[in-house]
Design a protein around this ligand. Structure first.
Ligand code: MG
Length: 235
């Protein structure tokens, strides 16, 4: 069995700010505070990590109440996200539809998510493109502050017979590369988010591509179990 774990933002989708705006909306609705969250601050991070950091930074709750406050923000965020996505759903990145369609036809491939998004946030973002049923398992960003723990959750959701070396992570940030290493998986980095090829190359992914447009080449790499552990960056 081959397992492919996809990141969402910057990997499957180019967002148009709906997630960031919805998080700002949630803080405004709950605390009357208009935050301006810089896009790079969200890159590769988890919804839990970002939300707890904002709650702490702006001293919005005392530590014992952080957990209920976090859940309140996530509930509010989900409501605003649906509205924001209708206004600005973003776009699917090059090759994503074809890659998912192709992998779906392969009998020994399981596709899951490894995302900093909350489970509901991921569902709503993917639903804008009819992809919400394409991924049957994964790790999500509302359970963990650290993306490495999201990767461990995704791995734990797999058949215990699955070896980490059968798992590929596809993502667009240095944190995606790091979390793949944390579980012993291979990693394909794509420069379709806000990190250029040269920056991603310094983190030594197994494979580095400008985007996922070349379906045949991507599928060949993902399904080749003898793929060397480290390849020089392409491009
Ligand atoms: Mg991403």
């Amino acid at each position: 069995m081959h397992v492919v774990l996809f990141d969402i933002d910057g990997t499957l989708l180019a967002g148009a700010g709906a997630g960031r705006n919805a998080l700002e909306d949630a803080f405004f609705a709950l605390y009357g505070k208009r935050l301006e969250i810089a896009p790079h601050r969200l890159s590769g991070r988890t919804d839990r990590g970002i939300t707890l950091e904002l709650l702490r930074e702006h001293r919005l709750v005392a530590p014992p109440l952080e957990e209920p406050a976090f859940h309140q923000v996530m509930d509010e965020y989900t409501i605003h996200l649906q509205k924001r996505l209708l206004q600005a759903p973003g776009t699917l990145l090059p090759g994503v539809s074809a890659l998912i369609d192709c992998l779906r036809t392969k009998p020994k491939v399981a596709m899951g998510l490894l995302t900093g998004n909350s489970k509901l946030g991921a569902w709503h973002k993917l639903a804008m493109f009819g992809l919400q049923e394409s991924f049957s398992f994964g790790g999500f960003g509302d359970s963990h502050e650290d993306r490495d723990d999201v990767a461990r959750e995704a791995l734990a959701s797999l058949d215990p017979a699955t070896e980490p070396k059968q798992v590929w992570v596809i993502g667009d940030t240095p944190l995606d590369i790091r979390c793949a290493r944390a579980i012993g998986a291979k990693v394909l980095a794509v420069a379709t988010g806000c990190h250029p090829m040269a920056e991603l190359a310094t983190h030594q992914p197994d494979l580095l591509l400008e985007n996922l447009a070349d379906t045949k080449a991507v599928v060949r790499a993902l399904l080749n179990s003898h793929f060397p552990s480290v390849l020089p960056a392409i491009g």
